[in-house]
Ligand binder design. Structure first.
Ligand SMILES: C[S@@+](CC[C@H](N)C(=O)[O-])C[C@H]1O[C@@H](n2cnc3c(N)ncnc32)[C@H](O)[C@@H]1O
Length: 408
C-alpha cells in the first residue's frame, strides 16, 4: 500500500467498501475478493481493504474493539504498543503535569492515541511516509493531535524555558535494515547501537527536555541506565514487554523499578522495596512450606530482594527469582505454591514419585535448570490419572525438583 491508496481507502468509496466487509475469514478471502472485483471495485482497492480487514483481526489482541476503527501496516502493527501499556505511558505524562508530547517515531500511532485520549496535545512524527499517513488516520478523532512526516532529528523542539510543560516520547525502531526473517519482515534487534533514531540522539534529546520517556527492549542492560533516570521493566500477563527509561519530571524515583500489569491492575515494585532484604540461600533438606515465583519484570529489574523481604524468605538460588518461606502471604506480583516434596534431580526417583502419586498429566516448570523437558516427559512414562506440578530448578547450587501445588 502507498499513501495514495491509503487515502482512497480512508475516504469515499474505499471507506464504504471497508465498512461493508464481513468479519475476516482467511478461507473465504479469495472468493470474496473475486466477488468484489466482479461488482466493479478495482483490484488494488479490494486488496488493500482485505489486508486491513485481516490486520484488524490480528490487532484485536493488542487493541481490543478499537482495532476495528484503526488502520495498520504489517510492521506498524507488530511494533505498536498494546493499549494497556500505552495508557500507562500517557497517564505518567499527564500525572507529571506535562501538557504537550512530541512522539518522535510514532509508528501507526498506538502510543500517540493514548496520549491524545489522556487529554494531552500530541505532535506525532514518523520518518516513513506511509506510516505517518496511517498515524494521521488513527489520530483523526483528536483535533489537538498533529502528525508530521519528518525525521525526528529534524524536528525543532522547544526549549525547557519556553515550554516547561512539553515532553518527548520515543519508541525507537529496533530493526536491522535489510535483514529479513523467514516471514519477510525486518529482523528485531536488541542492540543499542542499531536503534533508529540513534542511542546518542535519544539520550541527548531526552536529557534537555523537562520530561521524556523512551521505550526499549526488556533486554536493556542495567549497566546502560543513564544517571538520574528511572528504568521501568513492565510485564503484561506474565510476559515482559518493555523497559521504559524516564527522564526529568517523569523519573519519579531514579533507579530501577518493575510494573506488573495483570488484568485491570498494575503493581509497582521499586528499589526501596528490596532494601534490607537478607541474602540467604535455601537448603533442599530444609525447604519451607511455600515457594513464591517473582514476575519476570521484577527479576529483569533485579528486584527479587523485594520478594525475599515481602515474604521473609530465602532465594532457592541466586538470581532465579524463586523464594521459599514458611509464611503464607498474598503477593500480587508473584505466583505462590505449596511445597509438597523436594528431591535432588534424578529421573529414576522422579519416575517413582510420579508412579506412587498416580500422575498422568504433569506440568513441568523450569527456573535455572538446563533439562530437556520433552525428553524428561518421555523418560517419566506417565500413565496415571492424577495431575501434578513440578519445578526443575537449583537449590543452593545443585539441580533439584520441587513437587508443588499451585495456590491462588
Ligand atoms: C517501534 S515504532 C513506534 C511504535 C509506536 N510507539 C506505536 O505504539 O505505534 C518506531 C517508528 O520509528 C520510526 N522511525 C525510525 N527512525 C526514525 C527517525 N529517525 N525519525 C522519525 N521516525 C523514525 C519508524 O518508521 C517506526 O515507525
Amino acid at each position: 500500500m502507498d499513501p495514495a491508496l491509503l487515502a482512497r481507502l480512508t475516504s469515499g468509496e474505499g471507506w464504504g467498501l471497508l465498512q461493508s466487509l464481513p468479519p475476516y475469514d482467511e478461507s473465504s478471502a479469495l472468493e470474496l475478493a473475486g466477488r468484489l472485483r466482479a461488482a466493479g471495485f478495482d483490484a488494488e482497492l479490494v486488496g488493500a481493504a482485505l489486508t486491513q480487514s485481516r490486520l484488524r483481526v490480528r490487532a484485536t489482541r493488542k487493541f481490543g474493539e478499537a482495532a476495528a476503527e484503526m488502520f495498520f501496516t504489517d510492521d506498524g502493527l507488530e511494533q505498536a504498543t498494546r493499549s494497556e501499556l500505552a495508557q500507562l505511558h500517557a497517564a505518567r505524562f499527564r500525572d507529571s503535569g506535562l501538557r504537550h508530547v512530541f512522539d518522535l517515531g510514532c509508528g501507526i500511532g498506538a502510543d500517540a492515541r493514548a496520549f491524545a485520549r489522556a487529554g494531552l496535545q500530541v505532535t506525532a512524527v514518523d520518518a516513513d511516509e506511509l506510516t505517518a499517513a496511517v498515524a494521521a488516520v488513527n489520530l483523526r478523532p483528536w483535533e489537538r493531535a498533529k502528525v508530521r512526516h519528518e525525521a525526528a532529528e529534524a524536528v525543532p523542539l522547544p526549549t525547557r524555558e519556553v515550554a516547561p510543560d512539553t515532553g518527548v516520547w520515543m519508541d525507537p525502531a529496533r530493526r536491522t535494515p535489510g535483514v529479513a526473517d523467514i516471514t519477510g519482515r525486518t529482523r528485531r534487534t536488541f542492540r543499542l547501537d542499531e536503534l533508529v533514531p540513534s542511542w546518542d540522539f535519544v539520550r541527548e534529546t531526552c536529557a534537555r527536555m523537562p520530561g521524556a520517556g523512551v521505550k526499549l527492549s526488556p533486554a536493556f542492560s542495567h549497566a546502560q541506565i543513564p544517571a538520574g533516570t528511572q528504568a521501568q521493566w513492565t510485564s503484561f500477563d506474565g510476559e515482559v514487554l518493555e523497559c521504559v527509561l524516564w527522564w526529568g519530571e517523569l523519573a519519579w524515583q531514579p533507579g530501577r523499578c518493575a510494573v506488573v500489569v495483570s488484568g485491570r491492575f498494575a503493581y509497582e515494585v521499586r528499589e526501596d522495596d528490596a532494601v534490607g532484604a537478607e541474602s540467604r540461600t535455601a537448603r533442599l533438606d530444609r525447604l519451607h512450606g511455600f515457594v513464591y515465583e517473582a514476575d519476570r519484570a521484577v527479576i529483569r529489574a533485579g528486584l527479587t530482594g523485594a520478594l525475599v523481604r515481602r515474604v521473609d524468605g530465602s532465594e532457592l538460588d541466586g538470581g532465579l527469582g524463586v523464594v521459599t518461606s514458611p509464611r503464607d502471604v498474598v503477593v500480587p506480583w508473584a505466583k505462590k505454591y505449596a511445597v509438597l516434596d523436594a528431591i535432588p534431580f534424578n529421573v529414576k526417583a522422579l519416575r517413582a514419585w510420579a508412579r506412587d502419586h498416580d500422575i498422568g498429566r504433569l506440568t513441568i516448570k523450569k527456573r535455572g535448570a538446563s533439562v530437556d523437558t520433552d525428553q524428561l516427559r518421555r523418560q517419566l512414562r506417565l500413565s496415571g490419572s492424577a495431575t501434578g506440578t513440578i519445578l526443575l530448578t537449583r537449590v543452593g547450587g545443585a539441580q533439584a525438583v520441587l513437587m508443588l501445588a499451585p495456590l491462588p
